[in-house]
Design a protein around this ligand. Structure first.
Ligand code: ADP
Ligand code: MG
Length: 253
């Protein structure tokens, strides 16, 4: 079976600064793949490369068996056109630390927006589906609320529903609970746990080690643009092998 994400020697530089220095990893279908590491280690950059928001500088990156950003003909790579990139991005949902909901739209309108605008679904179809998705994230009764009328945790759950509305085959989470008050974190993690149980393939950048241990199937510790250590979350978290991992975990656990 194809890996859902496969990185082979992925490098990414911004000018002279090399941020990713040869990342190798594989995310299997239906896996919850957790990515941890200190601030500045390149976690967000890596997610952004997976999601076509950045172009890698060297190496190969595949999503569901297809090269990200390029088409290969023989030995040569050709950059994809913007329209081709847009098509591929539809298949990947992303949830950020900041929820970025449209402030002038209600929860249900936020969730409907992409299916209507991007996929050309009718408003009625998109609305029915959006209401189901809001129900799934525990917000069936908040469909008519504007973001300003929702807590941070509720807004983040709307953001998850909005990503799911495009039927992604892969969901990327970039510190989805880091901006939330502590008492709101649990509800968001519960939604993510449910999504994992439903079989969604997920790459999750998080500082929630409890979530990584309980829900994660694989965990990678990244530092300074390289994968320092990887394995089953329980093993890495309870028995880290590298000093850098030990030092990081001693600060977050
Ligand atoms: P993390 O998510 O692990 O905190 P990031 O991927 O956000 O790390 O950042 C890794 C490094 O890349 C940081 O030093 C950051 O300043 C740098 N970086 C990220 N994006 C850009 C950019 N667009 N231009 C220049 N440097 C960047
Ligand atoms: Mg980051």
């Amino acid at each position: 079976m194809n890996a859902m994400v496969k990185a082979e020697g992925v490098h990414k530089s911004f000018g002279q600064i090399e941020v990713l220095k040869g990342i190798d990893l594989e995310v299997a279908p239906r896996e919850v793949f957790c990515l941890i590491g200190p601030s500045g280690s390149g976690k967000s950059t890596f997610l952004r490369c997976i999601n076509h928001l950045e172009k890698i500088s060297a190496g190969r990156l595949y999503v569901d068996g297809e090269l990200v950003g390029y088409r290969q003909k023989g030995d040569r790579l050709y950059e994809l056109k913007d329209s081709e990139v847009a098509l591929k991005r539809r298949d990947i949902g992303m949830v950020f630390q900041r929820f970025n909901l449209f402030p002038h739209m209600t929860a249900v309108e936020n969730v409907m927006e992409a299916p209507v605008q991007v996929k050309g679904e009718t408003r009625a179809t998109a609305r029915a589906r959006a209401l189901k998705l809001l129900d799934r994230v525990g917000l069936g009764d908040k469909a008519g609320n504007y973001p300003s009328q929702l807590s941070g945790g509720q807004q983040q759950r709307v953001a998850i529903a909005r990503a799911l509305a495009m039927d992604p085959k892969l969901m990327l989470f970039d510190e989805p609970t880091s901006a939330l008050d502590p008492e709101l974190v649990g509800d968001v993690l519960d939604v993510m746990r449910q999504l994992a149980e439903d079989g969604m393939t997920m790459v999750v950048v998080t500082h929630e080690m409890g979530f990584a241990r309980e829900v994660g199937d694989a965990l990678v510790f990244m530092d300074d643009g390289v994968v320092v250590e990887s394995g089953h979350p329980r093993d890495v978290l309870t028995n880290p092998q590298h000093d850098r991992t030990k030092s990081f975990l001693s600060k977050v656990l």
